[in-house]
Design a protein around this ligand. Structure first.
Ligand SMILES: [Zn+2]
Length: 252
């Protein structure tokens, strides 16, 4: 049969009609894909338990006039340890939300696949600290999506961050990073930001994602997470606007 294999994980279930479901799946092969699962909400569906969001799966799907239809699913690895803590559960669904919002359909992304897998493994071991995990995941996500945030050099003039401890630097979403004292006037959205925040994020961003618990204080971590969340929102909204813009202009 002319089927496709998708390896990865379920990000979201959407009920369809009486017993069907549309599953949004993150796959190694094609990135984010939408698949139709027939009869999955019936009591005796054999796919129901396998298609848990905390399992790494291999799916087979056949093309249809609507969406590819899942014909079989095999669990490769279960990360059910995540469900034993409320915190782990909240974190992984936060991760799914971010991936759903920031990725286009049908675009494979090896770096993001590895990041997701690593995140699942880490949370499954139950040693996660919420803020550290989220900060690291967001940095990894930006890198995988091709947004290279700069926290060590001025994005505009490339000068090394020369301001001293205790001083403030500037961060701009439009410029995607740090701006020096000469350049921040050029960007309307530049906000003065604690320099320690840049040093902290720079250190994290320049090493491979490990989801380690860092010794920084809670205040700094909250600031860092806030800055990254704001940037994520900025990126998501910009993508939506440009998609809308393209659609309108193609129609016109
Ligand atoms: Zn500069």
């Amino acid at each position: 049969m002319n089927y496709k294999t998708f390896t990865g994980m379920v990000l979201r279930h959407d009920p369809l009609r009486e017993t069907d479901e549309i599953v949004t799946f993150w796959s190694w092969e094609e990135g984010k894909v939408r698949l139709l699962v027939r009869g999955v909400r019936k009591q005796d569906s054999r796919l129901k338990t396998i298609l848990s969001p905390l399992t790494w799966l291999a799916l087979h799907a056949v093309p249809s006039s609507y969406l590819p239809v899942v014909t079989s699913a095999k669990a490769i690895k279960s990360f059910s340890g995540i469900s034993s803590s409320l915190n782990g559960f909240a974190l992984i669904f936060g991760v799914f939300e971010m991936v759903l919002k920031t990725t286009p359909d049908g675009q494979p992304n090896e770096e993001l696949t590895m990041l997701l897998r690593k995140g699942l493994e880490h949370l499954d071991e139950g040693k996660s600290a919420g803020l550290d995990f989220m900060i690291d995941f967001k940095l990894g996500l930006f890198s995988a999506l091709g947004y290279q945030l700069s926290f060590s050099r001025c994005v505009h003039c490339q000068s090394e961050n020369s301001e001293r401890e205790g001083q403030t630097g500037h961060f701009s979403q439009l410029a995607a990073g740090l701006l020096c004292k000469n350049c921040h006037y050029r960007f309307s959205d530049a906000k003065s930001t604690d320099l320690r925040l840049f040093q902290y994020l720079n250190k994290l961003g320049s090493t491979e994602t490990q989801f380690l618990i860092t010794p920084a204080g809670d205040y700094l971590k909250k600031q860092a997470d806030g800055l990254l969340s704001d940037f994520l929102l900025f990126v998501t909204e910009r993508e939506m606007k440009s998609k809308k813009f393209l659609e309108q202009n193609i129609k016109a």
